[in-house]
Design a binder for this molecule. Structure first.
Ligand SMILES: NC(=O)C1=CN([C@@H]2O[C@H](COP(=O)(O)OP(=O)(O)OC[C@H]3O[C@@H](n4cnc5c(N)ncnc54)[C@H](OP(=O)(O)O)[C@@H]3O)[C@@H](O)[C@H]2O)[C@@H](O)CC1
Ligand SMILES: [K+]
Length: 510
C-alpha cells in the first residue's frame, strides 16, 4: 500500500472534488459519516459520556460531522470548539451551523485554560483538533489541553491523525495526543511507523473515503507499507520438477569463540526458508556444535580456531552472507576487505560485519551493487552517525543507499527497507521478536531468498515480512516472553502457508 504525504493527500482531495463533481463539504460529510459508522458499530448506542474536541480547520469540521451524527443517534455528547485561531475553515463553519440546527446543546467554546472541562477516566474522547494541516509544534494553552487529555486516562480516538503529529515531519517539543485508536483517512501516514512517533497512534484503522482511484493509482509515492498482499505478490512457488540445485548454494561466514550459535541460527533459517545447499564457514572451535545442531548444513573451518582470518577463496556460492558473531578483529576485517576486492555478486552483511564496515568506511565502496546490510539502531548509528530525528535518519539512510547502491534494512518495531529513494515499511512482527539471535535468523532468510534467485530487493522485503509473521505465529502460541530466535526460523514455512490462507493477517499493533 502506498503511503502518501500531506501534500499528496491534499492534491487527492482536490482531484476528487473535480472528478466526482462534489463539494468539499460533501467530501467532509462522507469522511465524517464513515468515522461515525465505525464508532457506532462499536458503541452500539451505549450511554458513555462522549467529549469531542474540534479545532477550527477541516479536522475540526470532521469532528463536527461526527458530533452531529452521534447526537442524532441519541448519544450523550459534549462538543468543544478549541479556538486556537480565528481563521476558521469554510467547511468547519458550515458544519458548525448544521450542528446548531439539530441541538440546543451548542458547542462550548474553549479560548484559554479557563475553559477546559473536567475529563474523567470513563469518558470517550474524540480528538479532532488538528489533522494533516498541522504546520508547527502545538504550544501554549492548546498544548495544555492535549496534556490534560493525555493524563485523563479517558479512551481517546483520533480522527485522521493524533493531534500534534504531522505526517511527514516532526515538530520538536510540541504536545501530541496519545491516541488509543486512530481512524485515518485513505492512506496511513509515515509518522505512524517511525520509532519516535509510532507510540501516539494506538491501534490504527485506515478508512477508505473513496478519493479518486486514478490519482491514487498513479501518484508517485516512494513509500510503501508491506502487508500480506504485497508479500504474496513477491513469493514464487516451487516448480514440481526441480532439484536442490535450483534453490541456491549459499555460504554463511561468521562466528567466533562463544558466538557460534549465531551461525547455527542463520544457517537454520536459510534451510527453513528453502535453500538448496547451505555451507557455513566458521572458526574451528564451532565445528562440532554446528554439525550436531544442524546436520543439513555443511561446515568448512578457518585455520584459526577462534575467529575468521580468511574467507574461502575458491568457494563458488550464489550468495554470501557475513557477519553474525564474527567479532571485529583486525584479521577478520582484513579478511572481509580481501574478499570484497574480488566479489561481484551481492552479499548480505550483518552484525559485526556492519561494525567492521563502520570502522573501515572505505570497504563500503567495494561492496557489490545490490548488497544488503541489516543494521539495528546501534549499528546504524556507528555507520551514519547521530541523527536529529527519524526523518533526518531516513534521509541519511537514503543517501547511503544511493551512494553505495546498497539495500539497507533499518531494523526496529517497524523495519524499514531502503533502496535508494524508495522506502518499504514492514507491518508484520511483534515486541517478542526483540530477542537475541532474531537478526541472525533474518539474515539467513534474506540470504536464502537471494540464493533462490529473487532480486536482492524482493528477497529482502519478503524475508522481513515472513520473519515478522513467523514471529507472530509463534508468540500467538507462546506469548512474547518465551519466543526464541530459533522458533522464528522454524516457523518460516508456516508463515509462507499463511500468506495463502484466508485468515486475517498477523499484523503488528502500534
Ligand atoms: N485530505 C482529504 O482528502 C480530506 C481531509 N479531511 C480533513 O481535513 C484535515 C486537514 O484539514 P486542514 O488542512 O484544514 O488542517 P487542520 O489539520 O484541520 O488544521 C489547520 C489549522 O490549524 C492551524 N495550525 C496548524 N498548526 C498549528 C499549531 N501548531 N498551533 C495552532 N494552530 C495551528 C492552521 O492555521 P495557520 O497555520 O494558518 O495559523 C489551520 O487553521 C485532514 O486531517 C482531515 O481530517 C476530510 O475532511 C476530508 C478529506
Ligand atoms: K486529530
Amino acid at each position: 500500500m502506498k503511503i502518501l504525504t500531506a501534500a499528496q493527500l491534499a492534491e487527492a482531495d482536490k482531484v476528487t472534488l473535480e472528478k466526482q463533481d462534489i463539494t468539499s463539504e460533501e467530501l467532509m460529510e462522507r469522511a465524517g459519516t464513515l468515522v461515525f459508522n465505525e464508532i457506532h458499530k462499536r458503541l452500539q448506542g451505549a450511554p458513555i459520556p462522549i467529549k469531542i474536541f474540534c479545532g477550527i480547520g477541516n479536522n475540526g469540521g470532521d469532528g463536527l460531522v461526527v458530533a452531529r451524527h452521534l447526537i442524532q443517534h441519541g448519544y450523550e455528547v459534549r462538543t468543544f470548539i478549541v479556538n486556537y485561531s480565528d481563521k476558521r475553515s469554510e467547511d468547519f463553519l458550515s458544519n458548525y451551523e448544521k450542528l446548531k440546527e439539530i441541538t440546543n446543546d451548542w458547542p462550548e467554546l474553549i479560548k484559554s485554560k479557563n475553559g477546559f472541562p473536567e475529563i474523567h477516566t470513563g469518558d470517550f474522547v474524540i480528538d479532532a483538533l488538528f489533522g494533516i494541516g498541522l504546520n508547527r509544534a502545538v504550544e501554549g494553552w492548546p498544548a495544555d489541553l492535549i496534556n490534560l487529555i493525555n493524563t485523563s486516562q479517558a479512551f481517546v480516538l483520533s480522527i485522521d491523525m493524533p493531534s500534534g503529529l504531522a505526517p511527514d515531519q516532526v515538530f520538536k517539543d510540541g504536545a501530541v495526543i496519545k491516541a488509543g485508536y486512530t481512524l485515518s483517512f485513505q492512506s496511513p501516514k509515515l509518522s505512524f511507523y517511525l520509532p519516535d512517533t509510532m507510540e501516539y497512534v494506538g491501534d490504527l484503522q485506515v478508512i477508505d473515503i473513496a478519493l479518486d482511484r486514478e490519482y491514487l493509482g498513479k501518484v508517485d509515492s516512494n513509500i510503501f507499507l508491506i502487508g500480506k498482499e504485497e508479500a504474496q505478490s513477491l513469493y514464487r512457488s516451487r516448480k514440481i520438477n526441480s532439484h536442490k540445485g535450483d534453490y541456491g548454494k549459499v555460504l554463511i561466514i561468521g562466528g567466533s569463540y562463544g558466538k557460534i550459535g549465531s551461525v547455527i541460527l542463520a544457517s537454520r533459517a536459510a534451510m527453513r526458508s528453502g535453500t538448496g545447499l547451505c555451507t557455513v564457514y566458521i572458526p574451528e572451535c564451532g565445528y562440532d556444535a554446528l554439525q550436531i545442531s544442524i546436520p543439513e548444513v555443511m561446515v568448512l573451518t578457518d585455520q584459526n580456531s577462534k575467529m575468521i582470518t580468511k574467507f574461502p577463496s575458491d568457494f563458488d556460492a550464489d550468495v554470501f552472507c557475513f557477519g553474525m558473531g564474527a567479532g571485529t578483529n583486525e584479521a577478520t576485517a582484513n579478511a572481509l576487505g580481501e574478499f570484497l576486492e574480488t566479489q561481484k555478486k551481492p552479499v548480505v552483511i550483518d552484525a559485526d560485519g556492519i561494525n567492521i564496515l563502520s570502522k573501515n568506511k572505505s570497504l563500503l565502496k567495494k561492496m557489490p551493487e545490490n548488497s544488503v546490510i541489516t543494521p539495528h539502531p546501534g549499528e546504524l548509528k556507528r555507520l551514519i552517525g547521530e541523527w536529529k530525528d527519524d526523518f533526518d535518519k531516513l534521509d541519511k539512510v537514503k543517501a547511503l543507499s544511493k551512494k553505495f547502491k546498497l539495500i539497507i534494512v533499518v531494523k526496529g518495531a517497524h523495519t524499514f527497507i531502503v533502496n535508494n529513494e524508495e522506502v518499504y515499511i514492514n507491518s508484520s512482527g511483534n515486541p517478542g521478536m526483540a530477542t537475541a539471535g532474531s537478526g541472525d535468523v533474518l539474515s539467513g532468510v534474506i540470504t536464502s531468498f537471494i540464493g533462490q534467485n529473487y532480486s536482492s530487493l524482493a528477497a529482502t522485503i519478503l524475508a522481513v515480512y515472513l520473519h515478522g509473521s513467523s514471529g507472530t505465529l509463534v508468540s500467538d502460541q507462546l506469548g512474547y516472553e518465551s519466543l526464541l530466535a530459533g522458533d522464528i526460523a522454524d516457523n518460516i514455512g508456516r508463515a509462507v502457508q499463511q500468506l495463502f490462507n484466508r485468515n486475517p493477517e498477523p499484523e503488528q499493533k502500534n
